[in-house]
Design a protein around this ligand. Structure first.
Ligand code: SAM
Length: 263
């Protein structure tokens, strides 16, 4: 039967054996590890993960047609969850031995990443996440301060994760080929990170700053704080700088102050 990939589900399947092996190698799976793969598709990466014999392998696939393919391929050797990855909860997998893999559907890649980052205790139960993004999104995640890619996604991602780029991957490694390059990243949850009352405050702050990324930071500071001059003195901020000139830590400090002063 011919399988018609659904664009709406970002169905670009990896067909490059070298890339598949590289992804699994980066995961460093040990036999006591639990592995979750989101969006397994037809199971090309799943097979490679399975060969490493983790203690348990759970895959979460939204497309019912692919769940059927996976059931045929793996029978009861893995757990196949036919569900939206955005609705999946990790309560049952709160071991400190979890590794998450995902060649992510590009239309929800930033949402699922934000969900993982905001998941409480992710640093306690998850060892690492090996994730594939559209290159342009990966560039924003790993951007340095003072560059055009630096922004909301950089600040949120680096709040709780150490992020490292592994490789760029050409469109030809996928079938059907996407129009753009992809990038593989590894995320290791940080043990020490800024604690916020509500991570939504960090998102709110970065939203206010980066909605007008060309404006000087005096404007967003004024919108966020009545006493913006005190805040700028306290954090030693030059009000003429632009949002991309501040570093990640400065945004976490601004969020801490916001939570103590505004709430
Ligand atoms: N892992 C496979 C590979 O590398 O060849 C497939 C990756 S493909 C880029 C993304 C996969 O995620 C597809 O199988 C698609 O059906 C699935 N998917 C898309 N949206 C999803 C969602 N919200 N929840 C779970 N799976 C989803």
């Amino acid at each position: 039967m011919k399988f018609n990939p659904k664009k709406s589900l970002g169905q670009n399947f990896l067909v490059d054996n070298k890339v598949l092996s590289k992804i699994v190698e980066i995961g460093e799976i040990e036999h006591q590890d639990f592995v979750i793969e989101v969006g397994p598709g037809n199971g090309a990466l799943t097979e490679k993960i399975f060969e490493k014999k983790p203690k348990k392998l759970i895959v979460i696939e939204k497309d019912n047609r692919l769940s059927v393919v996976l059931k045929k391929k793996f029978s009861n050797n893995i757990s196949i969850v036919n569900q939206d990855m955005m609705d999946f909860t990790y309560e049952d997998y709160q071991t400190n031995k979890l590794i998450i893999f995902g060649n992510l559907p590009y239309n929800i890649s930033t949402q699922i990443l934000a969900k993982w980052i905001k998941t409480e205790n992710i640093d306690k139960f998850c060892k690492r996440l090996i994730l594939m993004f559209q290159k342009e999104v990966a560039d924003r995640i790993i951007a340095e301060t003072n560059t055009k890619h630096f922004g909301r996604l950089t600040i949120l991602s680096n709040w709780k994760m150490e992020v490292k780029k592994i490789i760029d991957i050409e469109p030809e490694s996928f079938k059907p080929s996407p129009k753009v390059k992809s990038t593989l990243l590894i995320f290791v949850p940080k043990k020490n990170f800024y604690e916020f009352n509500d991570p939504k405050n960090l998102e709110h702050i970065t939203n206010v700053f980066f909605t007008q990324r060309r404006k000087m930071i005096k404007k967003p500071l004024k919108l966020l704080f009545k006493n913006y001059e005190d805040v700028s003195k306290k954090l030693n901020l030059d009000l003429k700088l632009r949002p991309q000139n501040l570093d990640n830590v400065t945004y976490y400090e601004i969020c801490k102050l916001y939570e103590s002063l505004v709430k």
